[in-house]
Write a protein that binds this ligand. Structure first.
Ligand code: ADE
Length: 251
């Protein structure tokens, strides 16, 4: 997959996108990250990319022109399928695992990182999708673009070592991930659950599914609405029954 990232600060991407799993994915050509400096598309001699807002008020507003020029240029130079064009902005749809999956199916995406106090409203027709990474305001769209590249890239086949490594993730099956343990068997009086040492794969899988259900029920009940199997529903009823028994004995 090719990511074209339009930014005023290409240097910000150096660490996160050249290191660890994403860095290796780039080295192995599983993904390509093309950093495009928006300033290179400014049409004036001072190479400015912002101006004061019409109607007054403080701060500067990013101009639409360099972004249109940059996207046109990328579109003209693209030999395969182009887009979607995604604007990183706090007013966008909240990024989640489902959106990451949809983007991971694309061959190409353009991520536009906004800056300054805002953008000329006329940028909006240029974009297919506006994406926010949460209800807080950052100084720019660079960190959100890195979040999106990371979450999308790890879903691309081959990026994670194991073929199904992303399948057990939190959110992958609509549930939070079950608890994981590694050596030693006991640490600071905290033992590894016996079942994980038993070698009974079917029982281990059942335990993991149950733990994922309990964890989701306690921490993110909003996620439980979809994708439950009949077995899951039985397990949840059983968990509720056990919880009420505990309640009865404590009362
Ligand atoms: N730019 C500034 N804040 C942002 C956010 N929360 N998500 C996406 N882009 C942003």
């Amino acid at each position: 997959m090719i990511f074209d990232i339009l930014t005023l600060f290409p240097e910000m991407f150096q660490g996160p996108l050249t290191t660890s799993i994403i860095g290796r994915a780039v080295d192995r050509s599983l993904i390509k990250i093309n950093l495009v400096n928006i300033r290179d598309y400014s049409q004036n001699k001072h190479r400015t990319v912002d101006d004061t807002p019409y109607g007054g008020g403080g701060g500067m507003v990013m101009t639409a022109e360099p972004l249109y020029e940059a996207v046109d240029d990328l579109r003209n130079r693209c030999s395969g399928n182009f887009g979607p064009v995604v604007l990183m902005c706090p007013q966008g749809a909240t990024f989640d695992q489902g959106m990451a999956r949809v983007l991971a199916d694309q061959e190409h995406a353009v991520l536009i990182c906004g800056h300054y106090e805002g953008m000329d409203e006329r940028v909006r027709p240029l974009v297919d999708l506006e994406v926010s990474i949460g209800d807080y305001v950052l100084t720019g769209g660079e960190l959100p673009a890195m979040v999106v590249v990371d979450a999308v890239s790890r879903l691309i086949p081959g990026v994670l070592g194991e073929p199904d490594a992303a399948e057990d993730d939190s959110f992958a099956g609509g549930l939070l991930e079950y608890p994981q343990y590694t050596k030693p068997r006991e640490y600071r009086n905290l033992p590894v659950p016996e079942i994980l040492l038993s070698g009974h794969h079917a029982q281990i899988n059942r335990w993991r599914r149950e733990e994922a259900l309990i964890r989701t029920l306690v921490r993110r009940p909003d996620l439980l609405a979809e994708g439950l199997t009949e077995e899951d529903r039985r397990t949840l009823r059983e968990i509720a029954r056990r919880a009420s028994e505990i309640g009865d004995t404590e009362a």
